[in-house]
Design a binder for this molecule. Sequence first.
Ligand code: GCO
Length: 452
Amino acid sequence: MSKAHLRFPSDFVWGVATASYQIEGAVSEDGRGPSIWDTFSAAPGTVEGGATGEVACDHYHRWEQDLDLMQSLGVNGYRFSVAWPRVIPSGTGTINEAGLDFYDRLVDGLLERGIAPFATLYHWDLPQPLQDAGGWPDRTTADAFVAYADAVTRRLGDRVAAYATMNEPWCAAFLGYAFGHHAPGLRDPKLALQAAHHLLLAHGAALEPMRANAPGAQHGIVLDFNAITPATDAPVDAAAAKRFDGFRNRWFLEPVLLGRYPADAHEGYGELAPRIEDGDLEVIARPIDFLGVNYYTRTIVADDPEVPHLAARTVPFEGPTTEMGWEVYPQGLTDLLLRLQREYRAPPLFVTENGAAYADELKDGAVADVERVAYFEQHIAAVHAAIEGGTDVRGYFAWSLMDNFEWAFGFNKRFGLVYVDFETQERVPKRSAGWYAELIREQRPAAPLERA
Ligand code: GCO
């Protein structure tokens, strides 16, 4: 079905997204130091199949073919992340120029292919020495991040179209320090909330050197959101949904956009609430040029007084799900984008991640991932509906360019537009890649010559 009827702005960015630890491999090459994900994935029982990012998609060596792949899709934006342990292996101190050289080459390779670089500075691969010294719960880690952000933006400068300081601080803080599902694998909610605060503080503090080094680039942050729906019309479930929204979404959104933590959630946390120093919130709320929005699904929530602090629990739902067990709920993306615009007067938005894992099978050299095509079709239409509703969305990045290391799920969850055979490192564009390329072609304004 032609998507041409969905006209997007002519300067809309059609991109793909990845992250360093999920695709690069080469974990000890050219001076890279260990990250918390190298340590965590090496520990028994942390990652399905005992998988690690040691090789992943071997992108560190295959980056040129991967850029060619992107160019063949017609994307004009590529969201990648810079591995802090490549740039400053000890986390602080000496800069590893060879580490920066890789991103230098990557950025120039993108520009040569007419693809705008969108760089995320932190996508969870904290240098292990910093975790040994306390990690994100320790305030000095925020200072280390500022020095790292300075080093990267000093080198890459305005060649990068947009820098995001952080990817999904909610995941980094709660999956890493409260639930133990992600590196560093801790289970301490108070530590998690303090980590969350320092991740946000690091974001705000880094904006200053980033703007000085790359005045022509856009600077922002990427937050992940779940749409939250009450399980029933009962007031107790509506109240539970509001509390869950505070925990999952507003706890990060409101400090960045409003300069304060949401009072209801802060009260709910009680003695778990983080230590906040004078001036922290002003730093966190420093103006940003864009907000990156990662959206995958919604969460249905019911009141449950048994659950500490939140008194809310998620409830199962009917309806189609992806391989992650996440409900396919495109309306939630429209609602979220409209909410960010109307309720928060958010800056320009990019959908920096949206996509789905399905049980892809390579048959006769092809992957007929029709469910993923449907997922993208529905969610891109959802973005269009938000734009029609007056939301300033500047671009969309499909998660992901290619199958990669899906954190605790290892290589068992395939999100890519491109299938990766992890034995041979062969890349095979799936049907969804062809679909996305056709959509982009249809959206491209015909070149003047073609109009003749
Ligand atoms: C995230 C991360 C990605 C994931 C993707 C699928 O949003 O969790 O940014 O690294 O791989 O979202 O879970």
